[in-house]
Design a protein around this ligand. Structure first.
Ligand code: FAQ
Length: 316
């Protein structure tokens, strides 16, 4: 294709984005648009799959049968989200094997939040309330993303995340109605998960290399800072309602802006975790790679079955 033809296609593509049309897998798209989507969507998929680990660890220790069933369903949902997102990413011309290879070799990132340990039952409440709460705010914006398969996956995922968020909040509501020890557990979980949850939204807009372009392509519909602020404004009253204290001494309602002012995030900690030096990075990758290797026989069996079926079809 000549340079002129590519320019013309780019103009038509930008016009489609401006008209809020969805871009579909077989449509022409700039190579950078494709690569940016592969990067973000696959990192999102990896986050869902790695995100099963901290909660998966608590399924056998859930305090009641009801809690166990809900947690089990939630963790399965996260696995399902990973699968929709891998499938959606594959529509951009990359294979599942390549995507997993990127994760297992450390080339692809996954959300920093999952490199923190879940050390008490209250952490199941904090993860559902805060981590899924942050994920929903981010993902509601992504329902309006320009790439069709990503936007459609987000609609379904958001519905499930909202159940997750409520089950997490309800765990904390229950603990906050309990003994002093249970209240302390809930507060301790909030203390440990608050700041890492704010980091989930990514670096500040000023420090984010991808936001400006992703906003132009309508991959991102809101910036990292705007989404983070929305999360703070939504979550602080929920904490207050059940008697929890947000661990930020600078947090204050700003009457003029009609939003909360809040303290500085520890960005050194964020980048350390992103670069692989968080409390659980090594443990998470080890568990993920082991799960992949242990599942080899399932993939082999599925492939053998598919091949046999194909052979039968061609022999008919
Ligand atoms: N952790 O320029 P930006 C969930 C990286 S799902 C690690 O702002 P971008 C459900 C970023 O990749 C949670 N890395 O980049 C659940 C980039 O590096 P790269 C996951 C981070 O892409 C709940 C660099 O920093 N959700 O929780 C993080 O425009 C409970 C520069 O950053 C999604 O993935 C971070 N927090 O914006 C599951 C949502 N932040 O790629 C189980 C979709 C930034 O150049 C249990 N993703 N980085 O090497 C997004 O919205 C965006 O990708 C952002 C980052 C906002 C995460």
């Amino acid at each position: 294709m000549s340079e002129e033809q590519i320019k013309e296609l780019e103009i038509q593509f930008e016009a489609r984005i401006a008209r809020d049309e969805k871009i579909e897998p077989k449509d022409w798209m700039p190579e950078k648009y494709r690569q940016t989507h592969i990067r973000q969507m696959s990192q999102h998929a990896h986050s869902e799959i790695i995100g099963m680990l901290p909660e998966g660890n608590w399924i056998t220790r859930a305090p009641t049968l009801r809690r166990k069933v809900a947690l089990l369903a939630k963790v399965q949902d996260e696995g399902g989200h990973g699968l929709y997102l891998y499938s959606a990413t594959e529509t951009l011309g990359i294979t599942r094997d390549e995507l997993l290879e990127q994760l297992h070799t450390g080339k692809a990132k996954y959300s920093s939040i999952f490199n923190y340990p879940a050390i008490s039952w209250a952490d199941m409440g904090a993860i559902g309330w805060l981590v899924d709460g942050a994920a929903i705010i981010n993902q509601i914006a992504l329902c309006g993303a320009s790439y069709g398969p990503y936007a459609r996956a987000m609609v379904r995922i958001c519905k499930e995340e909202s159940f997750h968020q409520r089950q997490g909040y309800e765990i904390l509501v229950t603990l906050m109605k309990g003994t002093q020890e249970q209240k302390n557990m809930a507060q301790d979980a909030l203390n440990r998960f608050w700041w890492p949850s704010l980091m989930m939204f990514g670096p500040t807009d000023a420090e984010s290399p991808h936001t400006a372009q992703s906003m132009k392509w309508k991959l991102k519909r809101k910036t990292n800072d705007d989404l983070r602020q929305q999360f703070i404004d939504q979550t602080v009253p929920q904490a207050e309602l059940i008697g929890l204290t947000i661990p930020d001494s600078d947090l204050k309602w700003n009457e003029e802006k009609q939003q909360y002012d809040s303290g500085e995030i520890n960005w050194d900690e964020f980048w350390q975790v992103v670069k692989g030096h968080g409390p659980c990075n090594k443990e998470r990758m080890k568990a993920r790679i082991a799960a992949h290797e242990n599942g080899q026989w399932v993939r082999d069996a599925a492939m053998a079955y598919a091949e046999k079926k194909e052979k039968r079809k061609t022999n008919k």
